[in-house]
Design a protein around this ligand. Structure first.
Ligand code: KPL
Length: 298
């Protein structure tokens, strides 16, 4: 299949690289990463190893059968604009935060699917991506249920040996992933820890509390996510990606804007609307936004 991966950050590079073992892949990202891939291929190291040669571009091509969108949540609108002129059969959002699929569906004419991914990835240097944890990709329609298209997209990933589950309860999967990210990302970023450090101890207590608040918000919205299920999901992702530097931690280390608004900020916003307490997410959101303001990023 002809697959376009839009957003060649850590996860986009890893998914694009893994898919390129089996499919024609075009990766859209920024220099110097794209130039390095163009010149010497994309090297995957760590828990998965391969050197592949996807087409590396700075802008969207004219067409692709499947677009996999991996940009940061605050860039989803720009991605939708860039992809609006690209002829696509289907689009899959594999991003952190909530609401990305609706932003894409607003601009694109093809069906938009949702995905959550718990693979760990870091980009140590241009042209290289390190897989720091084999997790799982789950995909499904954002509103739940399933379809022949989702099954077909699932087979595309499975053919490239990406651990994939086609699920019919995507709304619940998305809030579970939100709870995991609310706990792991902010705790590891603010305390400068790797993901595995949020199992137990002070970091675990904080991350668990943030995940439970996200679960309480989900329940107030009518989604069945117990505190225990949210904690278990958090611990399992932290164990699977123990050596990973979370995406928010990577953002802080690189002095880049974070996804706080779409993760902890989203939990706080919904908690306020629904009358749920979310003190840990509120503190995380304020600390991260204060850091971003101090860096001139907002
Ligand atoms: O989604 C992630 C992220 O870092 O954004 C996890 C799964 C926590 C992997 O680090």
């Amino acid at each position: 299949m002809d697959v376009l991966v839009f957003g060649a950050g850590s996860l986009g590079s890893l998914l694009g690289g893994l898919l390129a073992r089996e499919h024609e892949v075009t990766l859209v990202g920024r220099d110097p990463h794209m130039r390095a891939i163009d010149e010497g291929g994309l090297h995957i190291t760590g828990d998965a190893e391969a050197t592949v040669r996807p087409t590396a571009r700075l802008d969207a091509p004219e067409s692709a059968e499947l677009a996999v969108v991996c940009v940061k949540s605050f860039d989803t609108g720009a991605a939708a604009t860039a992809l609006a002129d690209c002829a696509l059969d289907a689009c899959l959002s594999v991003q952190n935060g909530m609401g990305n699929e609706a932003v894409l569906a607003d601009r694109l004419e093809c069906p938009v699917l949702a995905g959550t991914c718990t693979y760990g990835a870091v980009r140590p240097e241009p042209g290289t991506v390190r897989c720091t944890g084999i997790g799982e990709l789950t995909i499904g329609p954002p509103e739940g249920g399933t379809s022949a298209l989702v099954e077909r997209v699932g087979q595309v990933f499975e053919a490239a040996s990406v651990a994939t589950a086609v699920v019919d309860d995507m709304p619940a999967r998305l809030v579970e992933k939100l709870a995991v990210n609310a706990g792991i990302n902010a705790t590891t970023a603010l305390a400068r820890l790797e993901n595995g450090a949020v199992i137990g101890g002070d970091a675990g207590a904080l991350a668990g509390a943030a995940a439970r608040e996200a679960a309480a918000v989900a329940r107030a919205e009518g989604i069945d996510l117990s505190d225990r299920a949210a904690e278990r999901a958090l611990e399992s992702v932290a164990a699977d990606t123990a050596a990973n530097t979370s995406s928010m931690h990577q953002d802080l280390l690189a002095g880049r804007r974070t996804e706080v608004d779409a993760i902890n900020g989203y939990v706080v916003g919904r908690a306020d609307e629904l009358g749920v307490d979310a003190p840990v997410n509120r503190t995380f959101a304020r600390l991260l936004r204060a850091w971003e303001a101090g860096q001139g990023l907002r």
